[in-house]
Design a binder for this molecule. Structure first.
Ligand code: OGA
Ligand code: MN
Length: 301
């Protein structure tokens, strides 16, 4: 059941152990990792501990990653699987196609990154045939207020559904589409360029299970979101709409949530197979800049 991780380099095998703590948050998900420096080699045993903690807690907050370079960010992410390149390649960090700049900053009137990432609840790249395993978001510049990110545990969302609703939705599939709300976002922000035909071809609608099984832990979780899920397949449109509205509302209740208040140089690694996330919003006049690397996961089942 365990996913195949990228082969360890000999440097990783022989690197000295680092001394660090993993402290679970009080709440439905999340843990902070204190004392691990991701800019130094992470040896095989330390990596295994991180991997297990990620499966147990779904969101890991690595504190104080001030020295982590984009190359090191990419290299650490790549130990969990192949990396995904975001369709909005205009917002890639120059020289680093795997790094997406998430930022509300305008330079000479032009956006330097994607400023409205995550304004609706979603799981990254759920609109791809191989949706994301997880994303690693590293804080480079933070606003003095706002800018929080919310996470909701989708195993708990599934576990707390009525037996009847579980039975109804277990066999269903739903369509996910990157462009589902693109025009709506385009109308309200400068961050959504018109896509080329090649870009549109990269984000064709896909069918995903409404309830997915986590490929590493075997736990079930809800896998629909207000951002990308357009309809439940094989049921009448009005039923599909009603069911999705019910699932969206259920899935992000406060008791399933962890609210991340960013500290300088945090790197947050979440599991897109078991959580949804949302950008709570940043006041327009305050600057925010983070770098995101996204790991490809398995076909969902
Ligand atoms: C993302 C995302 C939320 C945020 O980078 O995938 O949804 O708070 N970001 O920036
Ligand atoms: Mn996201």
């Amino acid at each position: 059941m365990s996913a195949t991780l990228a082969p360890q380099t000999s440097a990783a095998a022989t690197a000295p152990a680092q001394t660090f703590d993993i402290r679970p948050f009080v709440g439905p998900l999340g843990a902070e990792v204190i004392g691990l420096d991701l800019s130094r080699p992470v040896n095989t045993d330390d990596f295994r501990r991180i991997h297990q903690a990620h499966l147990d807690h779904h969101v890991l907050v690595f504190r104080d990653q001030a020295s982590l370079t984009p190359d090191q960010h990419v290299a650490f992410s790549g130990r969990f699987g192949p990396l995904q390149i975001h369709v909005l390649n205009t917002f890639a960090l120059p020289g680093h196609p795997e790094v997406l700049i998430v930022s509300n900053i305008l330079e000479n009137g032009k956006p330097i990154g994607l400023g409205d990432a995550g304004v609706f609840w979603h799981s990254d790249l759920s609109y791809k045939e191989k949706p994301s395993l997880g994303s690693l978001l590293h804080a480079h510049e933070l606003p003095s207020e706002g800018g929080d990110t919310l996470f909701a545990n989708q195993h708990l969302a599934w576990d707390t559904l009525s037996a009847e609703l579980k039975k109804t939705i277990a066999p269903l599939k739903a369509e996910h589409h990157y462009l589902a709300r693109y025009a709506e976002l385009q109308a309200r922000s400068p961050w959504r360029p018109n896509l080329s035909p090649e870009q549109v071809a990269q984000v064709k609608p896909v069918a995903q299970p409404v309830v997915r099984t986590h490929p590493e832990t075997g736990r079930k979780g809800l896998f629909v979101s207000e951002h990308f899920t357009t309809r439940i397949l094989g049921v009448p449109e009005d039923e599909s709409r009603a069911l999705l509205a019910e699932l969206f509302a259920h899935s992000v209740q406060p008791q399933f949530q962890y609210r991340h208040q960013w500290q300088p140089h945090d790197l947050v690694f979440w599991d897109n197979r078991s959580v949804l996330h949302l950008a709570a919003g940043t006041p327009d006049h305050l600057r925010r800049k983070l770098y995101r690397v996204t790991i490809e996961g398995d076909v969902a089942y």
